[in-house]
Ligand binder design. Sequence first.
Ligand code: GLU
Length: 675
Amino acid sequence: MKKWRSLAVMAAALCALAAPVQAAVPGVPASGEGATQGIVAVSHPAAAKVGLEILERGGNAVDAAAGIQLALNVVEPMMSGIGGGGFMMIYLKDQNKFTVIDSREMAPKHAAPDMFLDEDGKPIPFDERHTNGKAVGVPGTLLGVDTALNKYGTMKLPDIIDPSIELAEKGVPVNWITSEYINSAVWKLEKHDTAGNVFVPGGKPLKEGDLLVQPDLAKALKLIKQKGTDAFYKGEIGEALVKEVQRTGGSMTMEDLQHYVVKEREPVRGDFRGYEIVSMPPPSSGGLTVIQILKLMEGFDNQKAGANSVEYLHNLIEANHLAYADRAKYMADDDFYPVPKKGLIHDDYINERRKLILPDRANAEVAAGDPWAYEEKTAAAPLPLSEASEHIYTTHFSVMDKWGNLISYTTTIEDVFGSGIMVPGYGLMLNNELTDFDAVPGGANQVEPGKRPRSSMTPTIVMKDDKPFMAVGSPGGSTIIASVSQTILNVIEHDMPIQEAILSPRIFSSNYPNVTWEAGIDQDVILALMAKGHVFAEKPGNIGNVQAVVYDFETGKMYGGVDNTREGTVLSVDGGSYHTSKPTPAPQADKGVFTLKVNGNTYPYTAEQKVLRNGTAYIQADKLLLGLNGGAEAFRNDAVQINGEPFLPVKKVAEKLGYSVSWDAQEWTIQLEIK
Ligand code: GLU
């Protein structure tokens, strides 16, 4: 699936570009109404509507967020729900206070560091490991939502739960993205019959337009309405949950459910270009890693380099490698192991680390640094091991109310449809969050009873002149960090209005040399970056799904921005609405007569740029020289005119530049190796 802008959004972005009026608050569109009475930016229209109606009834942002989360459980059941966990960042205007309600899942009492290893001591393959009851963490979302309401809301659970009961009872039409996700997870849903009966009835996956009706889930939500969270943590829902987890291989007990604790946390904060980034602390690696990336990028003139230019992306990829290396080594649940939260984002440390970004070449030798040298160490931490997860599940939404309170909430059941295990009779999907622990014991992120697995979720709020103006976040496992940092860079460094900042194509690279990318990054840029040693994936993909709210505190207007890889929806109490449409799939590129690989990596030349003539392979001159980092002057005499364009013979040019050249006749591929 490719990220392809809808025409309407392109037009809006172009209008914004055509009107260079610069708002003082970044991210604010040059034109557009803006709301004053409250706004929501959510990945599903039905859940957005629930949030809007709560704001219209006089609820605050916390009330709306609670309603949206419960509705998402019903309408986007593969991404989040009360069988999972999440991080709700809250900004309370009247107290000028930030807080985070951490409802991340906890490992049960009988979880063990080696529980994801087979008899030979090898990690059990992910597909098997994450669909076993052992992967299910003690869920926190319901208690998190309830805690947020009780402490910071104006309504209680029974006041905000009815629309979700109705959506579960009467049904919601399956949209294009839900149908795609059901299709991708049929094997998992059918592995445990209960979920299969709901989403793949009679063996046929629900498709776009079908009605998703969930009477069991409606029953569970009604029980919660009547009896509160006890119905879940101490009552019949919990008993059925625990029974099913044990039946599928897990150890969770009622005692684990009763001992679940919501934690309220102080966000981490860091300065970037005079703005303050307020973000998610451990057990998430998200906030510290985003702040590291931004601070590393602060050393470059990104505006001059330009958004998605060669120079900018080179520095960005390198900054990501440095930050992700530290993430892998130092970040886990710091209620168990100390994380150098100050050292990691200390200016002197960042300045040292930035020196490892070489202007001309990808640095193949990036390793974690020593942030403890910039902070007093509280206790020794063993070396954590890292395990990449590149999923795009989970969900993020942002809300602002008329009083100026802001919510940035990322919430998950981990993989798509979590573990695939549904609580029989109560219709809720259970997470597989414990697979976010390292499968191999010995590190700070190993499984331990009562511990929260390391997360990447990064709900963030950005401040200008001590006033919050942007709430932003994304799903996407470890790619969340890339999506959030690039959206912030697009807004602050590249002056993009929020909607354009979200739809601008992103890249992801957590270590040397592989880079994944979204459609829209220029081919010349990719070729030049490959010449520097970065390896771009052959085809683009999707990275994250950002939902954000921007507040122009100078005019009192609020704006939303949503992604088009789901049915992103902005609704405002003032009546404004915006909705992304299903992206048109990018046309399949014709590979042409041959393929060029350098060190085993396919270069992205189009069919028109490649010609075979009399047994000699030619590539369009400027493109070949860009990809192989050759100067035009040296090859002036080798060029031949084909279809009115200069082309160069690949073998001759490559050999002159010092590559060894071979021809794979079976694959019709020219292979270049650096000698
Ligand atoms: N479990 C992941 C985390 O907490 C989120 C999953 C995803 O976004 O795909 O970081």
